[in-house]
Design a protein. Structure first.
Length: 615
């Protein structure tokens, strides 16, 4: 598959020499941080502290907010604990004994975690240091190691945990971790629960990796789509209308139209037809599809219409299924490929909303293919080809591909699962794409392929997905007439290439840092008349270029020429053309490229030729 050159500072967890060791380091770092916090601020209660993609965090209940100065103290204490090389000790413990200890400590969050552990599950906790030096049932730590470590009296800390961890704190490089920020978080993610303080940190194997990550993070801040979206006038999120709802401003709306038109053209070339379906439907539809049972917490409340319950759609799939069910198809009619840019609505908690990346109303580039079992491989291959074409045209040529197979709980026969999974594998092999198998990671209704794209600074974004579905054809009793006259179930394939138009737009902004390629730029050329005398000529040139399909505007602000050029630079407009009395007299323009600088004086025909060839 195509591979792009990655930024030299990009970091990918899976590319590290020992991913398992890195996860252990991060998990242990979380515990070391919690130990440091409770050592410095004994009134603090701990909750949970997992590793993350780039580091770790812990949630704390503390009366006072953590300050930047507190983070410096915590990090200093963490380094002291690390340099002490305290052993990490695993202990299996009886529930009753542990309950007594927790109650004595007054750690109510630990108690709630304990109560949620199933009765038949082994309970483990991990110590940093040891209250009983020399005794351990840690499967990885030799008693001799523990005995050799000088532990000050009562210098130990523990938390409920399933592991894994490193053997001792000295395996963490004190120059390869950093505390990053503090944020609010609700206990168990529920807004009705107490609000906690979450301290985020990052940890790596070497100082060089940490430096590269921090450099990448600084670059990511510059590319933040929320910041650039405001500065470039692309979109905003109007809180007066409610959180998580996107308002596309004129420039952003222009880009969205370009993206949608391109998407439609590519789908028409690939044999798709288009659907437009409603935004709401009777609640019974979502019960039949299973979304009400499995997805209820992400659906908005119902509305009453004519004494019936209606539901805003969280998915487009059932509408396409009903469209198929409204007619009788023969095996000769299949495959059927239907695509829709369908806006869906999902309830997301306020704490997880994030610019365009996590919203409550968004447009999916959905498509559903209804095909014969023997057509699965060919249809999957067609989707992969279309995905590659579209993603590459937007500048993404480096992907990470995952194949997820049958989980323990699933619907459908072994034969149909094997056929569909093999179809996915054969299509990937024909594309010669490397992929990682997520054994048992498929949906209950079928296997799937997920494609993550790598952006200009090395970050991975989940976008495209292809899912085979045996469930909805069964639930809605879909059929086609087979060659022998019997009625058979079609195979249904879900697929999205952008995933969400809003999210993909956010990824585009960050990938290009708002400096979009010429074909996608909302304004491709801005004409800069020096005085009002040049307005008529500028208007004439602009209209001629608009007639050819170029996006051109005239600056009527009357600012000094230097300021107009600077403004165009800040707005990341690819081309500007200065028009003074000389240009009007000669019927020319003085062209300047944002990337290439001064391009000289051209007449309109020369400009048209240049735009057609170069841009």
């Amino acid at each position: 598959m195509a591979v792009s050159v990655k930024d030299q500072n990009s970091i990918d967890v899976l590319s590290q020499s020992n991913p398992d060791k890195l996860l252990r380091i991060r998990h242990t770092c979380a515990h070391v941080m919690a130990m440091a916090v409770q050592s410095l601020f004994p009134e603090t209660k701990v909750t949970i502290g997992p590793w993350t993609e780039n580091g770790f965090y812990y949630d704390f209940d503390r009366p006072l907010p953590f300050t930047p100065e507190d983070l410096k103290l915590i990090q200093k204490e963490m380094k002291r604990i690390i340099k002490a090389k305290l052993p990490i000790i695993r202990e299996e413990i009886a529930r009753s004994h542990l309950r007594e200890e927790i109650e004595a400590l007054g750690e109510n969050y630990k108690l709630e975690i304990l109560d949620n552990i199933p009765e038949d599950e082994t309970i483990t906790r991990y110590f940093i240091g040891s209250p009983d030096v020399g005794k351990t049932n840690h499967p990885e730590v030799e008693p001799s190691l523990i005995e050799s470590v000088p532990i000050p009296p009562q210098e130990y800390w523990w938390d409920l945990c399933a592991g894994p961890h490193v053997n001792h704190t000295g395996e963490i490089n004190p120059k390869a971790f950093a505390l990053e920020s503090v944020a609010g978080a609700y206990w168990r993610g529920d807004e009705s629960n107490p609000q906690l303080q979450r301290i985020y940190g990052t940890a790596w194997e070497t100082p060089e990796q940490l430096k590269a990550y921090l450099t990448q993070k600084e670059e990511a801040k510059k590319r933040d789509h929320r910041k650039l979206g405001t500065e470039l006038g692309l979109f905003n999120l109007q809180e007066d209308a409610g959180g998580g709802l996107v308002f596309w401003l004129p420039k952003g709306a222009k880009m969205r139209l370009l993206i949608e038109n391109y998407w439609r053209e590519q789908h028409l070339k690939s044999g798709y037809e288009f659907l437009y379906t409603p935004h709401i439907a009777n609640l019974e539809l979502w019960k039949t599809s299973g979304h009400y049972d499995f997805y209820r917490e992400n659906m908005f409340d119902q509305m009453d219409i004519d004494a019936q319950k209606y539901q805003l759609k969280p998915m487009n799939c059932p509408f396409h299924v009903l469209t198929y069910k409204s007619a009788l198809y023969s095996y000769r009619d299949l495959p059927i490929r239907w695509a829709e840019l369908g806006t869906v609505y999902r309830y997301e908690r306020s704490g997880v909303l994030h610019g365009l990346m996590r919203v409550r109303g968004f447009t999916q580039d959905d498509a559903h293919i209804f095909c014969l079992p023997e057509q699965v491989k060919g249809e999957i291959l067609g989707v992969l080809n279309l995905t590659e074409q579209i993603l590459s045209d937007f500048g993404f040529t480096d992907y990470e591909v995952n194949l997820s197979t049958r989980p323990a709980k699933s619907v459908g026969s072994s034969e149909i699962w094997d056929l569909a999974t093999q179809g996915l594998i054969d299509a990937l092999k024909e594309k010669r794409w490397d992929y990682v198998v997520d054994d048992g990671g498929g949906a209950f209704y079928g296997p799937k392929i997920d494609i993550k794209i790598r952006d200009a600074i090395g970050r991975l974004w989940q976008c495209s997905t292809i899912q085979v579905d045996f469930n909805l054809p069964e639930r809605f009793d879909l059929h086609y007439v087979a060659s022998d006259g019997t009625r058979q179930r079609p195979i249904m394939i879900h697929r999205a290439i952008f995933g969400s138009l809003e999210r993909f737009f956010g990824i585009l902004i960050e990938n290009y840092a708002g400096d979009f390629p010429f074909w996608l730029a909302p304004i491709q050329l801005r004409l800069l008349p020096v005085t009002e005398e040049q307005y008529p000529y500028a208007d004439s040139v602009a209209q001629q270029l608009r007639n050819l399909g170029y996006r051109v505007e005239v600056s009527y602000k009357g600012d000094r020429l230097g300021k107009q050029i600077r403004t165009a630079e800040l707005e990341k407009i690819p081309l500007v053309a200065v028009i003074g009395n000389k240009e009007v007299e000669k019927q020319t323009l003085s062209l300047r490229s944002r990337k290439d600088g001064d391009m000289g004086e051209l007449n309109l025909d020369e400009l048209k030729e240049l735009l057609g060839k170069v841009f």
